[in-house]
Each structure stands twice: as structure tokens, then as C-alpha cells.
Design a protein around this ligand. Structure first.
Ligand code: HEM
Length: 409
């Protein structure tokens, strides 16, 4: 396949190079001598990767040519193929069916609902910072960025949020272990599915006023979702909800720690946080490894693509395309034109974007008002071993001047 590709690269998005030299790797793709917006990677049995803004923009809007549906075993989903061949709902589905599934949860994933959650998001953020602010040290990744989105997601689903550490452990393993330790990822995935099945069973007799009850009660094409559909839908809400917002916050904090001027700008413009986070979503977004399947032979942006080939949609790379963003490597919180694709585009555009923005803005405001002089202990920073799907930090230790709690212990 793709023996006729014009631009061939040796690029492994699951490998250590992208994890440890992210900017250099993305630049190498973008500023290639041939000026190509895409290439054929020889990694993982071969696949296309699209990083140019215009090419990616065209591809994600053309779901007929670039399908999200995968056909196991010939083309198992993911690059490389996922362990578990079931489609995640709605991300691995096309057309009307996908739109019908989205409608099931739209009451929960809209700007108004995200706005209504704001006081609760603020409260969780305040409490989490209270837990460590007097000590002058914290692992921000685990104690704050990971905890907050996980608690919010579980509360929306109507599941016990005090168990967030367990759920997060399974989700992290599903996303970050699948390529380098598939057995461990599979064990954790099975534990997660067991717990989702328990939630289904708990609600069979009595539904509540929560997202998961709505998923159980709302018919799609005249029929309520069966247990497999519920599990595959809930799994995606967990994956989307728990790893991504945490990833972009951690990536941003690490960048700001290395740039005193940027830190000063953020502190001085703290009331502009909704705009500031857009620049970090553009530059420090978490990924990553989303893919499509080519449905027919097609010539696309100078390359001949063939039916059945896989394509990696590199939203985070496109967000650094100089054709779309002047001086793209500069983090400019005053940037005026910022049509980034951190949340994707087209029929699969992120359902959780409104919630993600609220959580990200609240976390950043909390950090830069309550512990603005934090210093990262770089020896203790740990990224997930595989950052190919979501580029995120597992541990991010900091020290700072201790401050007062907002609520008494
Ligand atoms: C900064 C945080 C986030 C980023 C950068 C992000 C990014 C993305 C991207 C790029 C897609 C498009 C996938 C594709 O085209 O194949 C997507 C889809 C999705 N996201 Fe997010 N996401 C974030 C937060 C969230 C949150 C908080 C949730 C839920 C609580 C969520 C749930 C989803 C779902 C369910 C989809 C699938 C939509 C569909 O296929 O129709 N995401 N996200």
C-alpha cells in the first residue's frame, strides 16, 4: 500500500521521540523540504499522517472519503489497531447514526449546561487547591488537573466521584498502555467495563437525573441503547472527559514555568483567561492520535491515497501551521486570529469542548491567583510513556509560597 507515496516519513507517534522532543518532531513534519502537508509513515505497518492545516480541514469535513468507521479485522481501529474491536460511540461511527447518538447527550454537552456547572467546577477547584496550599508543595498533575475533570465527569454521569482515582487509573491505562503494554491495558479495560456494567445494572430499575440515566432512557432510531452500546458510549465520555483537559493544563503549566515574561503576562491579564486558554489550546493541546479510514482511491493534496488505508489526523500539528497562524511557535496570548482545531472539526467535533474550556479556564485562574509563584521540580516531571494518543503529564511536582485555605479544614 502507498508504494507510490511521494513523501515517505519514519514517524512513530507512539514512540519516545514525539514524547520527549515534541516541538522538534512536529516542526520536522511541518517544515519538510518537499513542502508536503501530509506523508506516508512507515511505522505501525504504514499509514498516512496529515499535519497541514488546509489538508486536515478538507479531510475532516469529508466523512465519505475519510471514514471514522473501521472494519475489523481488515482495518481494526486505531494506529496501530486497538485491542478491543468494538466501536466507541459516537467517535467510531459515521453519518446519521453518529448524529443520532450525539443527540442523546446534547442536553448535557451544550454551552448552557457547561455554564450551569461553573459554580460546581469552581468549588471543586477551590477545594482541591485548599488540600495542598498550606504545604507549599503539590503534584499539580495528579492532585489538581487530573482530579478536577475526573470528578466533574463522574458527577455528570451520576457515578461515585470519590472513586475518581480508580476510574482515572483505568482510563490512563486504556489510553497510554495499549501500545507498549497491551496486556496491562486489557486488564484495566476489563475492570473499567465491569464497573460500567455495575452502573448499568444499578439503574435498570430506577433511572435518575444524570447523564448516564439519560443515555439509558433516550431512544436512538426508536430503540433504547443496549448494554454494549451503553458501555461503548460511556467509555468514550470517560476517555474524553478524564485525560484531555488535564493534558492541556499540564502542558501549559510546563511551558509557562520556562518563560517568566509569559507568566507575568498571564498574571497581569488574568481576567482575559477565556482568551488566554485559546492560545494554549492551540499550542499545548493534548493531541494526538485520531485516525480515519480511506473509503476509495482518491488523489488528495498531491498524494494518491488508496481504499482501506489509515490516516492519522494531526490536529495539534495543524495548529502550528505557519500558513494558518503567523509566527506559530510563539505563544501569544494576545493573538487575534486563532481558528485552532484543538477540538477537531466537522461531524465529530468535540462534544465536551464547552466543559473543557470552563474547566481549563478555572484551573488556570486558580493556579495564577492562588499559587502564582509556583516552580516546577523538573526532576520529578513524568510524562505518560506513550503520548501518541494524548500528550499529557502524569506527575508535575511544584513548590510555591504557602497560602491560606478558602474554606476551613
Ligand atoms: C481540552 C480538552 C479536549 C480536547 C482537546 C478534545 C479534543 C477532541 C477532538 C480533537 C475530538 C474529535 C475527534 C475526531 O475528529 O475523531 C473530540 C471528540 C470528542 N470529545 Fe473531546 N476533547 C476535549 C475534552 C473533552 C471532554 C471534557 C469531553 C467529555 C466530557 C469530551 C468528549 C468528546 C466526545 C464524546 C467526542 C466524540 C464526538 C463525536 O465523535 O461525535 N472531550 N475531542
Amino acid at each position: 500500500m502507498a508504494a507510490d507515496a511521494k513523501h515517505v516519513i519514519d514517524f512513530d507517534h507512539h514512540g519516545p521521540m514525539l514524547r520527549d522532543h515534541n516541538t522538534e518532531q512536529l516542526k520536522e513534519l511541518m517544515y519538510n523540504d518537499a513542502g508536503c502537508p501530509m506523508g506516508w509513515s512507515t511505522a505501525h505497518n504504514g499509514h498516512w499522517a496529515i499535519w497541514g492545516y488546509d489538508a486536515l480541514y478538507d479531510a475532516v469535513q469529508d466523512a465519505e472519503t475519510f471514514s471514522s468507521t473501521h472494519l475489523p479485522p481488515e482495518c481494526p481501529k486505531g494506529v496501530p489497531g486497538a485491542l478491543y474491536p468494538d466501536p466507541l460511540i459516537p467517535i467510531d461511527i459515521d453519518g446519521q447514526e453518529q448524529q443520532d447518538y450525539r443527540k442523546v447527550v446534547l442536553n448535557w454537552f451544550n454551552p448552557g449546561h457547561a455554564r450551569s456547572l461553573e459554580p460546581r467546577i469552581q468549588q471543586i477547584c477551590d477545594d482541591l487547591i485548599d488540600d495542598f496550599i498550606e504545604s507549599g508543595e503539590a503534584d499539580l498533575a495528579y492532585q489538581l488537573f487530573t482530579a478536577l475533570p475526573a470528578i466533574v465527569t463522574l458527577e455528570m454521569l451520576g457515578w461515585e466521584s470519590h472513586r475518581w482515582r480508580e476510574w482515572v487509573g483505568w482510563v490512563h491505562s486504556f489510553i497510554h498502555d495499549a501500545t507498549h503494554d497491551p496486556e496491562l491495558a486489557m486488564q484495566n479495560t476489563m475492570l473499567m467495563y465491569g464497573s460500567i456494567n455495575n452502573e448499568i445494572a444499578r439503574r435498570r430499575d430506577e433511572l435518575g437525573d444524570d447523564l448516564f440515566s439519560d443515555m439509558m432512557r433516550t431512544p436512538v432510531a426508536g430503540k433504547v441503547l443496549d448494554d454494549d452500546e451503553l458501555r461503548n458510549f460511556a467509555t468514550l465520555v470517560l476517555l474524553g472527559g478524564m485525560d484531555t483537559t488535564s493534558g492541556v493544563t499540564g502542558n501549559s503549566v510546563l511551558l509557562i514555568d520556562q518563560d517568566d515574561e509569559l507568566r507575568r503576562q498571564i498574571i497581569d491579564n488574568i481576567d482575559q483567561m477565556p482568551k488566554i486558554i485559546e492560545e494554549f489550546l492551540r499550542y499545548a493541546g493534548p493531541g494526538g492520535g485520531l485516525y480515519r479510514r480511506v473509503t476509495k482511491d482518491v488523489e488528495f493534496h498531491g498524494e494518491q491515497m488508496h481504499e482501506g488505508e489509515k490516516v492519522l489526523m494531526m490536529f495539534w500539528a495543524a495548529n502550528r501551521d505557519p500558513k494558518a497562524f503567523p509566527d506559530p511557535e510563539k505563544i501569544d496570548i494576545f493573538r487575534t486570529q486563532n481558528r485552532h482545531m484543538a477540538f477537531g472539526l466537522g461531524p465529530h467535533r468535540c462534544l465536551g469542548s464547552h466543559h473543557a474550556r470552563r474547566m481549563f479556564a478555572t484551573l488556570m485562574t486558580g493556579i495564577f491567583t492562588r499559587i502564582p509563584d509556583f516552580e516546577v521540580d523538573w526532576d520529578g516531571v513524568e510524562r505518560f510513556e506513550d503520548c501518541g494518543s494524548v500528550y499529557a503529564v502524569r506527575h508535575l511536582p511544584v513548590t510555591f509560597t504557602p497560602g491560606p485555605r478558602l474554606t476551613p479544614a
